[in-house]
Design a protein around this ligand. Sequence first.
Ligand code: SF4
Ligand code: MG
Length: 320
Amino acid sequence: PLPVLSASNLIKTYKLADGREVRAVDDVSLTVQAGDVLGLVGESGCGKSTLGRCLLKLMDVSSGQIVFEGRDITHMREATLRPLRQRMQMVFQDSYASLNPRRRVGALLAEPLKVHRQADGQRRSSIAITHRLEELMDLVALSRDALERYPHEFSGGQRQRINIARALALSPRLIVADEPVSALDVSVQAQIVNLFADLREQLGLTYLFIAHDLAVVRQISTRVAVMYLGGIVETGQTDVVLCQPAHPYTRALMQAVPRPIVGGAKPPSLKGDIPSPMKRQAGCRFHTRCPVAQPYCAANVPVLQRLDDGRDVACHFPVA
Ligand code: SF4
Ligand code: MG
């Protein structure tokens, strides 16, 4: 079957004011199949958010190719892209920043329904919009009178439900969720992750779920991609990758994990600093911090290779 989304050899470079280049996304290829939840994990600053934005064309890539539902959207004009945009939505971490505080929730959620036409080219009637808004409140388990209230009247978790409702308004196929629970209280995180899981089942959604919290990713993802310094170092089924990590970086991330509860931003127990993505280093991107690095690693770039269990690992000496 046709993947919902696939990307090949994506590169995203930024030019800094002083002319130096940062390679935030460095030759990333990935595929998201229908119904998958691909968890994208890695420390902050590894390029997860940039990659997510590039994939949804909220940002242009420097090179590479992005295919959504079989169509190459990499250089698609905005007018051609617009009907496809309904089918790919983003949910951000900061539930408050993405909601205009001066507008009622009903007006915020009606916006996309007014802007985009229906599949038959017709505009939605105001009755149809009202019905849809009520449906959306039911989907995210908020009461319908929430539509009459303002964003500040809600808790962080409720606001994230509003953001999810807005992302669902146009019945998307794919949702890219960028750290959607990181800003929430621990007690609320599981509720929102469960909501994502329920909605996926109920609506047949596909997710790219970006998170630095492995417990969250383990809870919701069918597959995982581990990112380090702009590149994917290991990817495969969640239980395979997170239960028996083969890449030394994934292992280090997992060792930082044993925590009783979901939540919190604990730095992984890795030695040394993350090298600057500005200095393009030779060899393995992880070799400056890798506990099992060999001299060979400093000079030779490992590419993703399939192991017998179906996962892909970019390491010369993966743990079998
Ligand atoms: Fe470590 Fe070498 Fe594997 Fe890189 S290639 S992760 S340095 S063992
Ligand atoms: Mg981020």
